[in-house]
Design a protein around this ligand. Sequence first.
Ligand SMILES: [Zn+2]
Length: 256
Amino acid sequence: MFRSFTYSALILRVRPSGESNREVWFLTAEEGILRATVFGGPKSKLRSHAAPFHQGTLWMYRDPVKNSQKVIDFDVRSWRPGLRERYERVATASAVAETILASHGGGGNWSEALTLAHRVLDALNGADEPCCVRILIYFLWNWAMLLGLRHDVNHCASCACEVPGDKVLWFSKRESALLCPSCVEVSHGPAAEAGGGAVLPIGPGSRRWLAAVEDLDPSLLARYTLDNLSLGQAKALVTGILAGSLGRRLGTWGLG
Ligand SMILES: [Zn+2]
């Protein structure tokens, strides 16, 4: 017997299924990631509503015997048409969606995860190209915190010393920790800074920016610029933290 359920939901991914159906992956505030089938041909209204990054209220039938789930309606509140106007916006939105799927919707903090995704996608809807990169870094940084992977950009994770704002911190991939210059030398040897990719420098510009954007409303990121070196370091840090947690880098994150 079918039972019907209602959710506050964001569409993360849509794939064709059979001749005219679609499989849709949702992030819901109530149960995290859900997957359900949308039935209907190309002209069906429901099918046009069930597109990536649309957000609203989902009605779903569930058949516990067959373990199948069917979308019966989706009332879209946020359409975000601007995402499809620029390649960088839709590419960043895809990176956001794939990160959420790869980490199973945020490990239980579903309502918080949905709020963060909602604010990030709204900010992306009108962002220019340089701001798209900052929005991605912002999302990954705040997503890492939501997963419990908080990193202090002012103190060494090993000796707890306060690192002056004009100094470089080192991110150790092996330890997934930000270390002061003395501790990185102890754990990775004096040549650590020379390269090999085991440690990444996080300079004053990245540290300042990451501290400033923690919990910031992402619609304000247009004003929070940073130079290319600091941008690259911040991106390497946030993707390094999440790659360590997920066990792999996602292709949608891009290089860096
Ligand atoms: Zn230290």
